[in-house]
Design a protein around this ligand. Structure first.
Ligand SMILES: NC(=O)c1ccc[n+]([C@@H]2O[C@H](COP(=O)([O-])OP(=O)(O)OC[C@H]3O[C@@H](n4cnc5c(N)ncnc54)[C@H](OP(=O)(O)O)[C@@H]3O)[C@@H](O)[C@H]2O)c1
Length: 336
């Protein structure tokens, strides 16, 4: 098969299309002929060598949608030919609260979806939501799952509450926006550019600010009745996380899933205990959460935000686009 192989760490130009052996399904596994894959920032961290446990060469990619081609021993043969999306949360384990010792994310160490075929446990294969294109279906898995667990399971956002999502151009952030609006929450966002704030408003965001303006924290506070948001869903980290602690109203919750801009400079402990805040950590999600998240797309009322699609062979251009934070939503790879 054709696949994008990462042999060395560094710039996006290192992602090259090569011929590699087709995967063969072992017991309990299914091989999917992929129609589309999608990028996550994880792929960029790995490519740059800023991720734990890197083994090269690697086929990156946690998101994929396609048609089941073959199944291994013990798997229902009627799965062959089905249109599916893949849950990239492998071997989560039995505890809803956190993953077990064998947990892995598809796309390192297991070969990922920047390829014509991918092999996954059959239990990680779910029916493609009707009415979504291949590109839309492939955009969902990792970011949709992360946003769902952060917003619904961890922060327990409620209708009528104000949810603040910094850096709305992020794949995960766009899903958090869709899900929060579906729940009936008010949503405030930030972005590095006005055009993305406009796109967020078109998706239902109730207000926003540009994080490059010095006054963004005050503006978000103002937009949340001077009290601050009830809930923050943050993957930005760094100074933004500290600002969110400052912004949250007393009793507020922050679910954090990433640190794109680096470590938190000053933890503001006094604010945390005085305002009785709830600091929540979250990563990916369980099989039950993946199924519940996918159900939100079943009636066709929600569509993932696809920024742009590149052919698989142009994965390096797609990475460049993510390096420059050019995207609003998910960057997709179309697979021949
Ligand atoms: N723990 C988990 O399970 C998990 C899962 C998924 C992702 N993550 C992590 O979460 C982060 C986001 O992932 P992703 O795939 O959604 O990334 P992405 O699509 O590449 O989005 C990154 C976004 O960060 C925003 N940003 C950059 N600098 C910022 C700043 N100073 N203030 C506010 N926003 C800023 C930008 O938003 P604008 O474009 O609006 O300017 C940019 O689009 C990454 O660090 C990733 O590793 C963790």
């Amino acid at each position: 098969m054709k696949a994008i192989l990462l042999r060395d760490l560094g710039g996006p130009e290192l992602l090259r299309l090569e011929d590699v052996a087709d995967p063969t399904p072992g017991p309990g596994e299914a091989v999917i002929r992929l129609k589309a894959a999608a990028l996550n920032h994880r792929d960029v961290w790995i490519r740059k060598g800023q991720y734990a446990g890197i083994k090269l060469p690697a086929i990156l990619g946690s998101d994929g949608a396609g048609i089941v081609e073959r199944v291994g021993e013990g798997v229902d043969a009627s799965l062959v030919g089905r249109e599916v999306v893949v849950n990239p949360s492998l071997d989560w384990g039995t505890d809803e609260r956190f993953f077990g010792p064998n947990f892995r994310i598809l796309g390192l160490p297991d070969a990922g979806t920047y390829a014509q075929f991918v092999k996954v446990p059959a239990e990680n294969v779910h029916a493609r939501p009707a009415g979504l294109s291949w590109n839309e279906a492939a955009a969902i898995p990792l970011a949709g799952l992360t946003a769902y667990r952060a917003l619904v399971s961890r922060a327990k956002a409620q209708a009528g509450e104000t949810v603040f999502i910094p850096g709305i151009g992020s794949g995960v952030a766009t899903f958090a926006l869709l899900f929060a609006k579906k729940l009936g929450a008010r949503v405030l966002v930030t972005s590095g550019n006005e055009a993305k704030l406009e796109r967020a408003r078109a998706l239902g965001a109730d207000g926003g600010a540009c994080y490059k303006d010095a006054g963004w924290v005050d503006k978000i506070r103002e937009l949340s009745d001077g009290q601050g948001p009830d809930v923050v869903i943050d993957g930005v980290g760094g100074e933004t996380y500290a600002a969110c602690i400052d912004l949250l109203r007393p009793g507020g919750r922050i679910a954090t899933f990433g640190a794109t801009t680096g470590p938190v400079p000053d933890f503001l402990t006094r604010q945390v205990f005085w305002k009785q805040l709830n600091l929540l950590g979250t990563t990916m999600g369980s099989p039950a959460e993946f199924a519940a998240m996918l159900d939100l797309f079943a009636d066709g009322s929600l569509r993932p935000v696809v920024d742009r699609a590149f052919p698989l062979a142009e994965a390096s251009a797609a990475h460049q686009h993510m390096d420059e934070a050019g995207q609003f939503g998910k960057i997709v790879l179309e697979i021949p």
